[in-house]
Design a protein around this ligand. Structure first.
Ligand code: NAD
Length: 360
């Protein structure tokens, strides 16, 4: 079948890692008889250099015409890059926030998976690692504390700051549906994380999530307080399948979950809207310190492409095949410098892409 995929190469290592992900997608297209058409678009620093702004209407219009968009990372080194002399709304990161908003991306998925070949990079003790873990954090991305009304004022002679955490039932319902649907493609368990012992927004979250759960009888729902979840992630991460949570809790927990894998160059992510459309990108940044040196690990971007196959194009067999090819490359001992250890074969960014495409 034919699909249209938007490609945002981005800044720093972005162009290098997107090239490798495209190589692997092309190999999958050839193997399974699909046609992937690519539409290149600009975002972030590259867009500022070409057009003066980090996000253009053209990029939004083009992205909306695609089945999904695959992106490298954007941004530069704030200490030296001229992009950071611009006012905040004109900097690279503003482009990312802008495109998420323009495309209505409300669900952020961040898987944390431990490859046994990379156990040594995991900061947890061996008895905790056990047979590894495989979880995904589903974070609400457009509501909550980061988007509620805020103000700083002088009250009773003291400077006072207020932020508000607002969720309505529809916002909770749509992200809960996403989490349950994802759990059905995985191990049928959702852990909904909140602070229902203190917050009204969490009590509503719990109520609506329980209602949604009734529509997915094959999926088990458990509730967990956020402070407990932060502990459980380092005590017994294997207990989790899908962690469903609001914006700020998800921001913090997804970073914790990625940290326990120990390998930032391996972690994919997706941001989805209410249709099957999604924006797929590695969890890491644009790594300007190693840009253009062939040292970047392309696996996070390749695994983001696998997520795109699974969640936006509904090509599950192809997604499995890409993930298996990554696994085989690691088992065969190929490592980019960030995950290299004694006795392994050190490869460059493009050699890693070649190996994974070959093994597909
Ligand atoms: P970073 O993730 O880019 O880099 C942190 C460290 O990890 C660096 O030492 C880097 O070399 C290394 N690293 C990251 N990805 C790697 C990979 N694939 N292979 C090997 N090593 C890798 O974080 P940072 O340095 O804080 O940020 C750099 C820029 O990226 C900033 O402009 C920041 O705003 C931007 N950023 C963008 C996104 C995004 O596009 N979604 C996310 C985070 C940071």
């Amino acid at each position: 079948m034919g699909y249209t995929i938007g490609l945002i190469r981005g800044d720093g290592i972005g162009p290098e890692i997107v090239t490798e992900a495209k190589k692997v997608l092309d190999a999958a297209a050839e193997k399974y008889g699909h046609e992937f058409r690519y539409v290149e678009m600009l975002l972030g620093g590259a867009s500022i250099d070409a057009t003066g702004v980090p996000l253009t209407d053209e990029t939004i219009t083009e992205a909306k015409k695609c089945d999904a968009v695959l992106m490298g990372s954007i941004g530069g080194d704030a200490a030296v890059s001229p992009w950071y002399k611009l006012e905040p709304s004109k900097r690279p990161e503003a482009g990312l926030l802008g495109i998420r908003k323009a495309l209505g991306l409300f669900a952020n998925l961040r898987p944390a998976y431990l490859y046994k070949e990379l156990n040594a990079a995991c900061p947890l003790k061996e008895e905790i690692i056990g047979d590894g873990f495989d979880l995904v954090v589903v974070r609400e991305l457009t509501g909550g504390l980061y988007f509620g009304a805020r103000r700083t004022e002088v009250l009773n002679g003291k400077e006072t700051a207020t932020d508000t955490l607002v969720y309505n039932e529809d916002e909770i319902r749509r992200i809960a549906h996403q989490a349950f649907q994802i759990a059905r493609k995985r191990r049928n368990k959702v852990t909904s994380v909140d602070k229902a012992n203190v917050l009204d927004s969490s009590r509503l979250w719990r109520k609506v999530t329980a209602e949604v759960a009734k529509e997915y009888p094959e999926v088990t729902l458990e509730n967990m307080l956020v402070d407990n979840c932060a502990m459980q992630l380092v005590r017994d991460p294997a207990q989790f399948d899908v962690i469903l949570t609001e914006n700020m809790f998800g921001d913090i927990l997804s970073d914790e979950a990625s940290m326990i894998t120990g390998s930032i160059g391996m972690l994919s992510s997706a941001s989805l809207n209410e249709t099957s459309f999604g924006l797929y990108e590695p969890s890491h940044g644009s790594a300007p310190d190693i840009a253009g040196q062939g040292k970047a690990n392309p696996i996070a971007t390749i695994l983001s492409a696998a997520m795109m196959l699974r969640y936006s194009l509904n090509l599950n067999t192809e997604a499995d095949a890409v993930e298996e090819a990554v696994q085989k490359a690691l088992t065969a001992g190929y490592r980019t410098p960030d995950i290299w250890s004694e006795g392994m074969k050190k490869v460059s960014t493009s050699e890693m892409g070649d190996k994974i495409a070959e093994l597909l």
